[in-house]
Design a protein around this ligand. Structure first.
Ligand code: GLN
Length: 539
């Protein structure tokens, strides 16, 4: 372990959605390829204590770590790129930080002092940043939001203070900005970047490196101009062009020597990077041999970020199978008995997505019934698994009122709360969250064939569970419970043995899919869907 860590502060300017999370993950990967240990810490300036209760339309998917943090989806990018596990300590919101300071004040720990943004909030921020010191070679600190936002002020101030305290050999400021191309003028414009850097400097932060998002090449002259106006060396003005896939971004940065520049500025001896693993992966992403279409049924399909990790898991599993996975979005609220066959026509597999609430459930059940009867590969995740159990109970077992107590309480709640959960009223942080061990029952199951292991661990985020009162009734009719908690009490995986590939999981496998290696269940699902595809074009 290093004695001290080098710190990279990453801020963003001009507008949001420039890809700060991907930039941070990519920089992390470049350093990791040189044999350095890296972690990333993400600060979100909003007041919510965690994104757990936020609407997926506004905030995208809620990412869950092994230790049960409900966190920002950027943590998913860090895990996928860097192949490391994030923890609660890797994501902090302004809400969390203020909450902590206010609690301390209530306990009288500030001894009657006036509690203020500077130094109390900023000290708490620095404490969280320094908690990683000495544990990694590099600590990347990504500050959410855009420079100049009222909410991000304390974060900027904390990074300014820390840059000064650590010194230029231990801290770098990297600013991601935007250089728009104005079509009518046929020109790239540097003014927004100039203004953004000016705002940053008002807070006392001098960027060492500028990453310039642009749809056109910047060219030498443009870089010289930005360098001059923004007080940055010319070689440190780095263009960040739109990439074909996010996984190309690290190589794009490396071409502009970003990792060399970082190492030089921080006085880190340059090591030869190991590039083959990643470039083999990106090559397979870019030019696969096969192509399949997976139907993704969910209710948040207008906002694709709600299913971010699932989409990424398909890219990884596709690369392993040398296959491009095209996703056909199916709005579960639009599925009807009359249209289901047409809506699912031509898909090679169906994934029913996680979700909350009763909207769109009947459509999901119709879709599941269709693929079950047509022997089309099916993968149900969390709510998707619960729907598969309900569909089976209704249409195979004949429990016509079968449902989850999340939607309607009755005497056929095949999905229900555990007895000990029934009194909970708080909405934040009260679900089964984080990693739990799961035991796979038999080597003959699809689950075992995918994992090749009887002991696995997967991440959860749900309240409801398979109701054990119906276990015997359902298994007697052929539903196989292939994975349970080690004590056998909680059902984690169900499948249908006479089906080509029909697997439902109570957990979220997509949260553990990593870029180069993929996730066993996604790999097996894509493989089964590809086999189905190849057979159907043969026929
Ligand atoms: N709404 C279901 C539950 O709480 C499923 C949650 C999910 O799909 N993540 O159990």
């Amino acid at each position: 372990m290093p004695k001290t860590s080098k710190y990279l502060f990453i801020t963003g300017g001009v507008l949001s959605s420039l890809g700060k999370g991907i930039a941070s993950a990519s920089i992390g990967l470049l350093l990791k390829q040189r044999g350095h240990s890296v972690t990333v810490l993400k600060f979100d300036p909003y007041i919510n204590v965690d994104p757990g209760t936020m609407n997926p339309y506004q905030h995208g998917e809620v990412y869950v770590t092994d230790d049960g943090a409900e966190s920002d989806l950027d943590l998913g990018h860090y895990e996928r790129f860097l192949d490391v596990n994030m923890t609660k300590a890797n994501n902090a919101t302004a809400g969390q930080v203020y909450f902590e300071v206010i609690q301390r004040e209530r306990r009288g720990e500030y001894l009657g002092k006036t509690v203020q943004v500077i130094p109390h909030i900023t000290d708490e921020l620095k404490r969280r940043m320094l908690a990683f010191d000495g544990k990694f070679d590099f600590v990347i600190i990504e500050i959410g939001g855009t420079v100049g936002d009222i909410e991000s002020l304390p974060f900027m101030e904390a990074s300014r203070q820390l840059t000064l305290e650590l010194g230029r050999r231990r801290a770098l400021n990297i600013h991601l900005t935007y250089v728009p191309y104005i079509r009518s003028a046929g020109e790239l414009k540097t003014k927004p970047t100039q203004h953004s850097v000016k705002t940053l400097m008002e807070f006392g932060i001098m960027p060492d490196i500028l990453l310039c998002r642009s749809e056109m090449k910047l060219g030498r002259e443009m870089r010289q101009k930005i360098a001059l106006f923004c007080n940055v060396e010319e070689r440190s003005v780095i263009e960040a062009l739109d990439a074909e896939t996010i996984y190309d971004v690290p190589q794009m940065f490396a071409k502009r020597n970003l990792d060399d520049i970082i190492c030089e500025k921080l006085n880190v001896r340059k090591r030869v990077p190991e590039l083959d693993t990643w470039s083999r992966f990106t090559h397979r992403v870019r030019s696969p041999k096969h192509s399949i279409t997976i139907g993704l049924a969910g209710k948040y399909i207008q906002y694709k970020d709600s299913y971010k990790s699932i989409l990424e898991a398909f890219i990884h599993a596709g690369a392993v199978n040398n296959t491009r996975v095209n996703v056909r979005w199916i709005d579960s609220e639009e599925i009807t008995q009359a249209t289901v066959a047409e809506q699912l026509d031509g898909i090679d597999g169906l994934l029913v997505a996680p979700g909350f609430g009763s909207r769109g459930i009947e459509g999901k059940l119709l879709a599941i019934q269709y693929v079950r009867e047509q022997n089309i590969p099916f993968f149900g995740i969390c709510l998707g698994m619960q729907c598969a159990v309900i569909e089976f109970a209704r249409n195979v077992v004949g429990l016509t009122k079968a449902t989850s107590s999340e939607f309607k309480k009755n005497d056929q709640n095949v999905i229900d709360l555990l007895p000990e959960q029934k009194h909970i009223t708080d909405k934040g942080g009260t679900m089964r969250l984080g990693a739990y061990p799961c035991h796979i029952a038999s080597k003959r199951t699809q689950a075992y064939k995918a994992y090749r292991n009887e002991h696995i661990s997967e991440r959860h985020r749900h309240r409801y569970e398979f109701n054990n009162d119906f276990r015997d009734t359902l298994t007697a009719k052929g539903l196989v419970i292939s994975g349970t908690s080690p004590d056998g009490r909680l059902v984690e995986i169900v499948e249908l043995p006479h089906h080509r590939w029909f697997v439902g999981v109570q957990f979220h496998p997509e949260l553990k899919s990593r870029a180069v290696t993929g996730h066993p269940l996604f790999i097996a699902f894509v493989k089964a869907s590809l086999a189905h595809h190849l057979e159907s074009i043969d026929a």
